[in-house]
Ligand binder design. Sequence first.
Ligand SMILES: *Cc1c(COP(=O)(O)O)cnc(C)c1O
Length: 321
Amino acid sequence: MPLTAPTPDDVIQAAARLKGVAHHTPVLRSSTADRLLGAQLFFKCESLQRTGSFKFRGAFNALSQLNAEQRRHGVLAFSAGNHAQAVALAARLLDIPAVVFMPEDASTSKMAATRHYGAQVVTYDRYTTDREALSRQFAQERGMTLVPPSEHQQVIAGQGTAALELLEEVPDLDYLFVAVGGGGLLAGSVLAAQARASSCILVGVEPEAGNDAQQSLRSGQIVQIAPPHTIADGARAESLGKIVFSLLQPHVQDIVTVSDLQLLHALRFFAERMKIVVEPTGALAIAGARHGGLDIQGKRVGILISGGNVDMARYARFLAD
Ligand SMILES: *Cc1c(COP(=O)(O)O)cnc(C)c1O
């Protein structure tokens, strides 16, 4: 696994690789949201990205740089869902075999989509299995390349291209709110801001129940937590990796947290007012801007809507509650 930290230039190169492969997702506005928060909001809709989340960017960027030998042996990923789909589609586009480990309670739509893209899915118990050890052993036995969901130079660089596009379209942002799981999206966003010499303040948003990144940044060292229970299933990471931490620590203003109830309200707002389907994790950024306690009055604020993959039955319950 490459343990090199990516640079702003890696994000620019990733953008070139993704051109014509990833969607250039739209930036939506909402005057109702602006009024509610007293700010000018710019919603970067990665819920409309291929496979339904920004994760396609990092996965394709990483897989497209494997050599012929690595491609022949295939790739392996462990993921609760969005990274799984992203690796599965990127692998199919590049004609690389893929195996994905998913927790047995992962969203059925995410599991079905991962199989649909052509990956082999292997399930495990998220509360009793050391998934990293399991998949590393599997990768070693079969000579497959492990593609981590965040702690990887080219994955982080790829994720950064979403913020890069937003900063190119809206160069004078004061703030950018970004969901944090393993921290790859926020780390890539840090590099994108550097690549565009933006003075935009970066704020990470985590679920209350899983605030390991907040604890890590505030204490100055990586903090590990137990698997958190939250509806934000894309942000159940238990700790940041070293590369991610090294990028976040000096450049992220703060990490704020939001409750599951605040995420539910945001989902409803997106559906009712903006007519977009957003998954709970994808609503972290707006909930953080609204409830995170930072003074954004009158500011120009980027909101990275990170994904839109949610089982329809579950989504219907969220909206009805
Ligand atoms: C993975 C994911 C996140 C968190 O991204 P990290 O790079 O792990 O911090 C946020 N939102 C969605 C929809 C995701 O799939």
